[in-house]
Design a protein around this ligand. Structure first.
Ligand SMILES: CC(C)(COP(=O)(O)OP(=O)(O)OC[C@H]1O[C@@H](n2cnc3c(N)ncnc32)[C@H](O)[C@@H]1OP(=O)(O)O)[C@@H](O)C(=O)NCCC(=O)NCCS
Length: 258
């Protein structure tokens, strides 16, 4: 029916319904932003979590993924753990896993949303390790050699994992038990990493192979194909860079501008 011939009452009802929906939508988004803000976990607002160590300025975005036995997990200062990141130690919640932490995440790390860091023996991420979303890091594999037992019921095999400081793990990558990555390693998206990776290497594929590496004599080989990006424009302040990250990372007592 053309608008002009719609009875006034129906038009008013539709207008009221539209407005109510707009207001409800706004309220839902504002409410969710508040829930995310209040639900974010830090050492000042730990919620129900008891991490062995949570450095100043570190936050775990809300909603968290599966987090258990966090008493065996340490995270250094100024790290950002994205939404729905699973960080767990051991098979099940409530275990006594001994005196040492099993998962150690350094300071200045950024773990992309939906990633999993699942430790049973030792997973160590150095400082400033950044991952894209949906990265999986594990130090455990199921054993399968006993043909008479279901694989899931055989005692699993653990091998420590180490990711060197300054490394960057692309989205969807899987870091398998025993992987030891050096410093400033780049892992290409969707790669599956096993074994040792030297410092300053780019690895890609499944299984991941070194596709580019650096040494002081030859520089990057093969040479990097893309142009270097423009450096940060002059005049950009620390505040603006912090705003890009979306968190207020000031320490208690710190004020804007310092
Ligand atoms: C690895 C990466 C950073 C490119 O690094 P680069 O040093 O510039 O590498 P190049 O593009 O020169 O590629 C080098 C080789 O690796 C291969 N390669 C690059 N990325 C790959 C990938 N994800 N899987 C498989 N092979 C890949 C290229 O095809 C190329 O092979 P070739 O030499 O046979 O042609 C990029 O491909 C990548 O995976 N980025 C991740 C992006 C991401 O996850 N972002 C999330 C936000 S944090």
């Amino acid at each position: 029916m053309p608008l002009a011939r719609t009875p006034l009452r129906s038009r008013l009802t539709a207008a009221v319904r539209d407005r109510a929906r707009r207001l409800a939508g706004r309220a839902v988004h504002r409410g969710w932003a508040l829930v995310q803000d209040v639900g974010a976990v830090s050492n000042r607002n730990p919620g129900p979590y008891r991490f062995r160590e949570l450095g100043d300025g570190t936050k775990l975005a809300f909603p968290l993924g599966t987090v258990f036995n966090e008493q065996w997990v340490t995270i250094g200062p100024f790290s950002i753990i994205g939404e729905r990141v699973t960080i767990s130690a051991g098979f099940l919640p409530g275990l006594d896993l001994g005196p040492e932490p099993l998962v150690r995440i350094g300071g200045g790390c950024v773990i992309g949303r939906g990633s999993h860091i699942v430790g049973h023996q030792s997973i160590v991420l150095g400082d400033d390790v950044w991952t894209g979303p949906n990265v999986y890091i594990t130090d455990q594999a199921h054993e399968y050699r006993d043909t008479g037992l279901p694989i899931g019921k055989q005692w699993p095999r653990n091998e420590p994992v180490e990711i060197g400081a300054g490394s960057w793990i692309g989205t969807g990558a899987v870091i398998l038990p025993g992987a030891r990555l050096g410093r400033n390693v780049v892992v290409a998206a969707n790669s599956v990493v096993t074994g040792e990776v030297p410092d300053h290497a780019v690895v890609a594929g499944a299984p991941a192979k070194v596709v580019r590496s650096w040494n002081p004599e030859d520089g990057w080989q093969p040479p990097i194909r893309h142009e270097a990006p423009r450096p940060i424009p002059e005049g950009v302040t620390a505040e603006q860079l912090r705003a890009l990250v979306g968190w207020d990372l000031r320490l208690p007592g710190e004020t804007a501008g310092n």
